[in-house]
Design a protein. Structure first.
Length: 365
């Protein structure tokens, strides 16, 4: 069977990581796999050499109106041509606008299409996303990351859907070094792109300001880059925290960098299944996460058993949870050990099996 996957870029982000993993797994299972990439950019994931990558090499205009009107039509024309040449049995797109619009282009061709909804429909609901989701009815199958995301949609859409979580990728690679919880570390780590609307690094700074008044000497380390980095850097300076907050930038070996930290914290208002949280749990770090919509963190964390969940937008609860881990090292260590068990719960074999079953189901119905 020929399977084609669509995505804007093969970047270092979570969606690119999962779709690259899926492409590789399909290839190992004997599928003939191709990836169509819409926009120019460096490939930042490991892709099996047998996978055919077709880059449409479109450049996104800085002018929003030009990008929406002319850029969309141009990209759809290129995409249609590329798909016709590949002639796949099934297409998988990870819910971006351009991939979703292909559902319209495909009406006459009627190729089987699975769309994976990666965003939170309750929070990411601008006009373009509302229009994009209106097209889901043209899909043959829909993959949701959480039951909460699935419940947002009509019964008609839900009946086409399957909930499939993100896998723990390369657990042996993550645990290839002896790990022992470092209860003496002063490092609190956050791993995400700087996008304050979603990732809420501002909440982390306000909570950390409260923590450091009680536990002097703690360090907050941010890993990642993004458009809102200057905003957070200014906030750190304004709060006189420059000596206690470190911006580590984007790194490819983030697991090795954070494995000896005191804890991992995720502060997002909304996420799918947070890959960074999964990776932190896999290496046995005590983790704290906001109860982000539409329930991805809650799928992973059993509160005070393998991590701590706190309400969104609550800096006091977040600060209290951080202080709890600092002050209760024995329980923190036990939570980290229990966190490692998600390797079995969300194993690559189990999650890929669910994807494979759904692909076969859609292809044959």
């Amino acid at each position: 069977m020929k399977v084609t996957l669509l995505l804007p870029k093969i970047s270092y982000g979570g969606a690119s990581k999962i779709i690259s993993w899926l492409a590789n797994q399909l290839t190992y299972s004997g599928y003939q796999v191709s990836i169509v990439v819409f926009y120019t950019g460096e490939v930042q994931q490991k892709i099996d050499n047998s996978i055919n990558i077709i880059n449409l090499n479109d450049k996104q205009s800085a002018n929003k109106i030009s990008r929406l009107l002319f850029g969309t039509l141009k990209t759809q024309k290129k995409l249609k041509s590329a798909i016709n040449k590949i002639d796949p049995d099934i297409i998988i797109t990870f819910g971006d606008t351009m991939g979703s619009l292909y559902l319209l282009t495909n009406i006459l061709n009627r190729r089987k299409i699975i769309i994976s909804e990666r965003s939170d429909p309750y929070s990411v609901n601008g006009l373009n996303h509302k229009l994009r989701r209106k097209l889901f009815g043209f899909a043959d199958g829909i993959v949701f990351q959480t039951e909460g995301a699935k419940q947002y949609f009509s019964k008609r859409i839900q009946n086409k859907g399957r909930v499939i979580v993100n896998p723990v990728i390369n657990p042996n690679q993550m645990n290839n070094k002896h790990f022992e919880y470092n209860q003496y570390s002063k490092d609190i780590v956050c791993v995400s792109r700087f996008d304050v609307k979603q990732k809420r690094q501002d909440l982390m700074i306000r909570a950390f300001r409260k923590v450091i008044k009680i536990h002097d000497g703690m360090k907050l380390r941010f890993y990642g880059d993004g458009k809102d980095l200057p905003m957070i850097e200014k906030m750190v300076k304004d709060y006189d925290l420059s000596g206690s907050v470190v911006f580590e930038g984007k790194t490819k070996n983030v697991i090795d960098r954070i494995r000896k930290s005191r804890m991992f914290v995720l502060t997002s208002d909304y996420e799918g299944i947070p890959n960074a949280l999964i990776e932190a749990m896999t290496i046995g770090l005590p983790v704290i996460s906001t109860d982000c919509s539409p329930g991805g963190a809650k799928v992973l964390i059993d509160n005070y058993e393998n991590g701590i969940l706190v309400p969104r937008e609550d800096e006091d609860e977040l600060a209290d949870a951080i202080c709890y881990i600092i002050e209760n090292t024995s329980h923190a260590s036990k939570m980290g050990e229990k966190a490692k068990t998600i390797i079995n719960k969300f194993s690559e074999e189990k999650v890929y099996g669910e994807w494979n079953d759904f692909i076969e189901y859609v292809a044959n119905h």
